[in-house]
Ligand binder design. Structure first.
Ligand code: ADP
Ligand code: ADP
Length: 230
């Protein structure tokens, strides 16, 4: 089935800049769709319209077939994990408390939350006994991104939105994070929409790649092998 559908979506910012002119695009359930294209072509805008951090000017967005264009944005965000480049962990909260953010909002009981936090830290390769009580400033860049991924996955959202998630990590650490992430998301079956300017990353991680040009124009939508050949 279709996880997310953009139908003739357009975004004009208040200053008049047309970030996305008329985009129609579908993300299939359980796939990782990578959005690539030059800086300023509308990738982040597109991603952020999916969870309404950016309000589309016109067009429709459907989530699992449901029209969410005008749905409650807070409810929508709880159904989608979101990971960005500088992950924005809460600095005065421990790793465990950061990962527990959404479960606490959803009022899970303490046992379930604690068990989930430990499971997720294991999943992203951080030993809970070592990391749960640390604060973000006590972590490396790569470890912070891992915590960001764990936090985004805490409530097992069907959809994960990622905007340059590994961009701030050094090249060696990035490779490792990418392959671990590939394993995690296959294991969980999460649908992922990944924004990157790094074609290599898109090819390594993507089931399909959407190539955008300025104004959010969809130039190509293909599997990695076809994109490499083009
Ligand atoms: P990308 O993620 O591909 O780099 P963006 O979606 O960030 O592209 O930006 C697309 C276009 O929209 C760019 O021309 C950018 O300058 C513009 N833009 C992005 N955010 C805003 C904003 N908040 N206000 C006005 N223009 C914006
Ligand atoms: P508090 O830590 O005071 O209970 P928070 O609401 O800040 O309150 O923490 C949210 C949740 O984070 C806790 O209920 C717990 O489930 C989880 N948590 C906190 N510390 C740990 C830890 N060391 N290991 C695993 N989970 C933890």
């Amino acid at each position: 089935g279709t996880a997310i559908a953009f139908e003739h979506v357009r975004k004009v910012y208040v200053d008049g800049s047309v970030a996305v002119e008329d985009l129609s695009l579908e993300v299939r359930e359980h796939e990782l769709l990578a959005l690539v294209g030059p800086s300023g072509c509308g990738k982040s805008t597109t991603l952020r319209m999916a969870n309404r951090l950016v309000e589309p000017t016109s067009g429709r967005i459907l989530l699992g077939g449901e029209d969410v264009t005008h749905a409650d944005a807070v409810g929508l965000r709880r159904r989608m994990g979101y990971v960005i480049q500088h992950v924005g962990l809460f600095p005065h909260r421990t790793v465990a408390q950061n990962v527990a953010t959404v479960p606490v909002l959803l009022r899970w009981d303490r046992r379930r939350t604690t068990a989930r936090v430990e499971e997720l830290l294991d999943l992203v390769g951080l030993d809970p006994a070592v990391y749960a009580r640390r604060y973000p400033h006590e972590l490396s860049g790569g470890e912070r991104q891992r915590v960001g991924v764990a936090r985004a996955l805490a409530s097992d959202p069907p959809v994960l939105l990622m905007d340059e998630p590994f961009g701030a990590v050094d090249p060696v650490g990035r490779r490792r994070l990418q392959s671990e992430f590939a394993r995690i998301r296959r294991e969980l079956g999460t649908t992922v929409m990944l924004v990157t300017h790094d074609v290599d990353e898109a090819v390594r991680l993507g089931d399909r790649i959407a190539v955008l040009s300025k104004g959010g124009h969809l130039e190509q939508l293909a599997d990695p092998v076809q994109v490499l050949a083009a």
